[in-house]
Design a protein around this ligand. Structure first.
Ligand code: SF4
Length: 355
C-alpha cells in the first residue's frame, strides 16, 4: 500500500509542501529573468499548464531587481534560485518572492548564510536547500571519493543542520543527481534521517523523450517509497513540457487525479480500426475537460470493455461499428464514424447531470 512519508509542512505563498498536503508540480523559467515581459509570459504559460510554483534563476543584480516587476504581474508562488551572492537573496526577499533556493555551502561565510536566514525568517519565507551531485563541496567529495548517495545525503544533512543551528527550520530539501539509482538511494537515505519536506527530481534528465522516461523512472521510484512532497521534471525542452510530464507522472502513479487520463490498448491482431488515430483524437478532445475522468480507447469490441473496467468511459472499435461503455458496462452500439462524438456527448451529459 502507498503510504506517504511524514514530513513537516512549509508554506510557499498559499501552497503547502509536505505534512500530507498534495504533491505539487513545479517548473523553472528558461527566459532571461531581466526580460520581464518574456519571463511573465512564460510564467503565465506554465501556470496555464498546471504549474503550481515557478522558480526563476537569479544570476545577477539586474535579474534580482526584475523580480519587483515580475511579482506585480503574477500571483503564482515564485522561487528565487540563487548561488554565491547572498545579496541577491536579500533583494529577492524584498521583491516579494515566496521561497528561496540556495546551496548554503556556496553562499560563502556562515555570516552570509545567517543574514539570508534572518531576512527570510522575518518575512516567513522558506528556503530550499538544493544539493546537487555536480556542486558538492570538495571536502565531502574527498571524504567519500565520489558524489555517491551517501555523500549527497551528508551534504544535505550538514546544510540543513547549518540552518537549523541558526534557528531557521522552514526548510525543504532536494538531493539531485543525473543518475536515477543514486538519486532514489539518496532520497531514501535522507528520509530515514530527517522529516524535512522533500523536493524531488532527476537533474539534467535529458531531452524531451529520454528525459521524460528518466524522470518517470526516478521520480516514480522515489514516490513509490512514499517519499517526495513536490516534484520538478528537468528537461532540455520548453518548460511547459516539464509541467505536463510532472502532472502525468502523478496521474500515472494514481497520486493525484488532475484532468482527463487516456487509457488505450496497444492493439493486436483483433483490431479492425486505426486505434492510434482514434486514441490521439480522443486525447486531443479530452484536453478540454477539467474533470479527472479516465477514458479508455480499446481496439476491439470483444475484450475492450472488460479490459477497461477501471475506466470511467470508453469506446471499443469494431468493423464499421463500435461500443460505447461506462465503467466497463456497454451503453450502446454506435456507428464507427460517430464513436468519438457520442463518447464526448455522454461525458458532457453525465457532467451536466452531476454523475
Ligand atoms: Fe487486442 Fe482487443 Fe485487447 Fe486491444 S482490447 S489489445 S484489440 S484484445
Amino acid at each position: 500500500m502507498y503510504t506517504r512519508n511524514e514530513t513537516r509542512r512549509i508554506m510557499v505563498r498559499s501552497v503547502p509542501i509536505g505534512g500530507g498536503s498534495p504533491i505539487t508540480v513545479q517548473s523553472m523559467t528558461s527566459t532571461d529573468t531581466r526580460d520581464v515581459a518574456k519571463t511573465v509570459s512564460q510564467i503565465q504559460a506554465l501556470t496555464k499548464a498546471g504549474c503550481e510554483m515557478v522558480r526563476l534563476a537569479i544570476p545577477n543584480h539586474k535579474a534580482a531587481e526584475a523580480l519587483f516587476e515580475i511579482r506585480k504581474e503574477v500571483d503564482v508562488p515564485l522561487i528565487a534560485d540563487i548561488h554565491f551572492d547572498h545579496r541577491l537573496a536579500l533583494i529577492a526577499l524584498e521583491a516579494g518572492i515566496d521561497k528561496l533556493r540556495i546551496n548554503p555551502g556556496n553562499i560563502g561565510s556562515p555570516t552570509r548564510v545567517r543574514e539570508i536566514a534572518q531576512a527570510a525568517m522575518a518575512k516567513g519565507i522558506p528556503i530550499r536547500v538544493g544539493v546537487n551531485s555536480g556542486s558538492l563541496k570538495k571536502e565531502i567529495l574527498d571524504r567519500f571519493g565520489s558524489p555517491s548517495p551517501e555523500a549527497l545525503v551528508e551534504s544535505a544533512v550538514e546544510e540543513v543542520d547549518l540552518l537549523d543551528d541558526l534557528g531557521f527550520h522552514d526548510i525543504c530539501v532536494s538531493i539531485k543527481s543525473s543518475s536515477v539509482m543514486n538519486t532514489v538511494h539518496a532520497y531514501t537515505l535522507f528520509a530515514e534521517k530527517r522529516n524535512t519536506p522533500l523536493h524531488i527530481g532527476i537533474t539534467e534528465a535529458g531531452t524531451l523523450r529520454y528525459g521524460t522516461i528518466k524522470s518517470a523512472c526516478g521520480i516514480g521510484g522515489i514516490l513509490s517509497y512514499g517519499i517526495g512532497d513536490t516534484i520538478r521534471v528537468s528537461l532540455t525542452a520548453d518548460p511547459v513540457e516539464e509541467v505536463y510530464t510532472g502532472i502525468s507522472i502523478l496521474k500515472a502513479m494514481g497520486i493525484r487525479r488532475i484532468g482527463p487520463e487516456i487509457v488505450s490498448c496497444p492493439s493486436c491482431g483483433r483490431t479492425e480500426i486505426d486505434i492510434v488515430q482514434l486514441a490521439e483524437e480522443v486525447e486531443r478532445r479530452a484536453a478540454k475537460l477539467t474533470a479527472p475522468v479516465i477514458i479508455a480507447v480499446m481496439g476491439c469490441v470483444v475484450n475492450g470493455p472488460g479490459e477497461a473496467r477501471e475506466s470511467d468511459y470508453g469506446i471499443a472499435g469494431g468493423n464499421g461499428f463500435g461500443l460505447l461503455f461506462r465503467k466497463g458496462e456497454v451503453v450502446r452500439k454506435v456507428a464507427e464514424e460517430n464513436l468519438i462524438d457520442e463518447l464526448f456527448g455522454l461525458i458532457e451529459k453525465d457532467q451536466k447531470e452531476g454523475k
